[in-house]
Design a protein around this ligand. Structure first.
Ligand code: OXD
Ligand code: MN
Length: 598
């Protein structure tokens, strides 16, 4: 591709959307100052108290534009079977016609920003470039944090680098069809007409109607995961919904671990875990997305392609994730949180007690008797990753870090033990393919109501998940299996008969990481069960925990009856992929069934 292709595309989009002006972003500091000032002037941003929280802002969205819209997210492959049963699909030609109609004149009266960005360090062999066009200054401000925005990317495109085109409009023009000027609102959007569309063959992204998060910051879910997974399939790497950490042992050995969990299962917390174990340290490399590829030593190396954090605020607090709270002391954008009378932020879980006299996320007065949440449950904090106090010094290594282990997890009140080591790569892929998270927390009895969320990628895989499983399996053929990371399954959420969590979680998850490291180092600390290798009770460090022998046994138990039910349920799930389901995983299921019978 070339500069003329990029320029032609920008002109075509401008011809279609009809903005007043085209602004090329360069990623510079003055550009950031200017965009933040404009957002304050527009009423989208409110400046927080600069003494308490310097250089930080709060945005309150339209109450109808508060989350990713999975029902309006589409994978428009040429053939429906290539989107697979887990994605919404519309024929590309039909979708293009609909989008052309929506985008026609959609930027009238607004500026159109062109944002050249890199996912990954610019000079990394794993980096990929994108260009997002948007009519939302909030998107510009957020993309500047979440990705590496730079005019250098335009130079690289001019020199022939590939790039992913991504078009976004809030869908609220300021000039109507009759040519009359319409007043702007602090959070322009068009929630009745949301589209988040990926065209995998042409590697394009089109997003309309929403200004929020993954719907509009197109480097994140749309490019780094949906289009990213397609690039990864075609080029022999993996684009995953994972955190990335480095663990240092008392012997100063370093291990790199990636972990996939569905939303609301504690990815950001694990990424920022503070070890209380003498000599053990955990450092952060990423909290949401990992790209990994074989290196020339035949190992899997990994990068975090993002440059910032866009984390869920509620539940992030001084007692649960102090690192996150310390890291957002300045230079942060908060969205849909509550504000205090001093001009600071607050949300449920930040502190045990809510302060008096808050303004809630909708801008209304709030107090403890209001009977509703002060912050929206999906309220977010957005900050540059280099502010994270637990950041690892190698987080932006262009070559990435060599991965030692991959963890898969979900929220499971029953059935799934605290930790399981896979028997081999193929069995590990089976563990990833069968991740589930309970929709309801109660779920006592055999098996709760589960949503299968394979590899925590259900809303993010850009192609047929059956093919995606096959792609994961192929790494055992491409690389020496001895060089592949060891795959584990973990579950912090098992409950006892009274519905109480058995495991304390949070910082104590370090104890599970210690066991994981022991397994990588070949320690004799696990026993075989039908579902894989589970920690020997005496091998798990429980010193100082109030965890009886009986509770520990409950945490590690593998019940053959409930697992037989689960195996039957997995069989049904696998059937939904028809002939796209890899034989190897059906064999893994049969192996599980026969181990359960043995
Ligand atoms: C998500 C996110 O929804 O990271 O997974 O925003
Ligand atoms: Mn995520």
């Amino acid at each position: 591709m070339s500069l003329s292709t990029l320029k032609r595309w920008v002109t075509e989009v401008a011809d279609l959307t009809d903005p007043t002006e085209i602004v090329w972003c360069d990623g510079s500091y003055p550009e950031g100052q200017k965009i933040n000032a404009l957002l304050v002037e527009n009423g989208t941003f409110e400046k927080l108290n600069q003494k308490i929280r310097p250089n930080s802002f709060i945005a309150r969205t339209d109450p109808a534009d508060v989350a990713r819209v999975e029902s309006r997210t589409f994978i428009c492959s040429e053939e429906e079977k290539d989107a697979g049963p887990t994605n919404n699909w519309v024929e590309p030609a039909k979708m293009r016609a609909e989008l052309n109609e929506k985008f026609a004149g959609s930027m009238r009266g607004r500026k159109m920003y062109v944002i050249p960005f890199s996912m990954g360090p610019l000079n990394s062999p794993l980096a990929r470039y994108g260009v997002e066009i948007t009519d939302s200054p909030y998107v510009v401000a957020s993309m500047r944090i979440m990705t590496r925005v730079s005019d250098k990317i335009v130079d690289r495109i001019a020199a022939g680098a590939d790039w992913v085109p991504a078009i976004h409009s809030v869908g609220q023009p300021l000039i109507d069809d009759q040519g009359n000027t319409v007043a702007d609102t602090p959070w322009p959007c068009n929630p009745e007409n949301v589209y988040v569309v990926q065209f995998p063959e042409t590697r394009e992204i089109w997003s309309f109607g929403s200004g929020y998060g993954g719907n509009s910051l197109l480097g994140k879910k749309a490019m780094a995961l949906r289009i990213g997974s397609v690039l990864a399939r075609d080029e022999g790497w993996l684009a995953e919904h994972m955190l990335l950490i480095r663990i240092t042992t008392p012997e100063k050995k370093k291990y790199h671990v990636a972990a996939a969990f569905p939303s609301a299962c504690g990815k950001t917390n694990l990424a920022m875990l503070q070890s209380q174990m003498p000599g053990w340290k955990v450092e952060t490399l990423g909290d949401d997305i990992v790209w990994m590829a074989p290196n020339d030593r035949g190992k899997i190396r990994a990068i975090n392609p993002e440059n910032g954090l866009f984390g869920v605020a509620p539940g992030t607090g001084i007692s649960t994730n102090k690192v996150a709270v310390d890291s957002m002391r300045e230079g942060a954008i908060f969205t849909n949180v509550a504000t205090t009378k001093d001009g600071d932020v607050w949300w449920e879980g930040l502190t045990d007690e809510a302060p008096d006299h808050l303004t809630d996320w909708k801008g209304d007065p709030w107090n403890k008797d209001s009977g509703k949440a002060a912050a929206h449950p999906n309220a977010r904090f957005c900050l540059p990753i280099d502010q994270v106090t637990s950041l690892s010094d190698n987080w932006a290594e262009p070559e990435g870090v060599e991965l030692d282990a991959i963890l898969f997890g979900g929220r499971r009140a029953t059935n799934v033990p605290l930790a399981v080591r896979s028997l081999n790569w193929q069995h590990g892929v089976f563990l990833g393919a069968t991740i589930a998270s309970e929709q309801t927390a109660a779920a006592e009895g055999p098996i709760g109501i589960l949503r299968r969320d394979p590899f925590a990628m259900l809303p993010f895989c850009g192609y047929n998940m059956g093919d995606y499983f096959g792609h994961w399996l192929s790494f055992a053929e491409k690389l020496d299996p001895a060089n592949l990371p060891t795959i584990f399954q973990v579950n912090w959420f098992r409950k006892d008969e009274n519905g109480k969590f058995i495991w304390p979680g949070f910082g104590e998850n370090m104890r599970v990481l210690q066991w994981v490291v022991g397994q990588i180092e070949g320690k004799d600390s696990s026993i075989a069960t039908p579902i894989g290798m589970v920690p020997k009770a005496e091998a798990l460090n429980t010193e100082g925990l109030r965890l009886s022998e009986e509770k520990l046994a409950q945490l590690l138990a593998v019940d053959r009856d409930t697992w037989s039910h689960e195996a039957a349920e997995i069989a049904g799930f696998f059937e939904s992929f028809g002939d796209k389901m890899p034989e190897e995983l059906k064999v893994e299921l049969q192996n599980l069934e026969s181990r359960l019978r043995a």
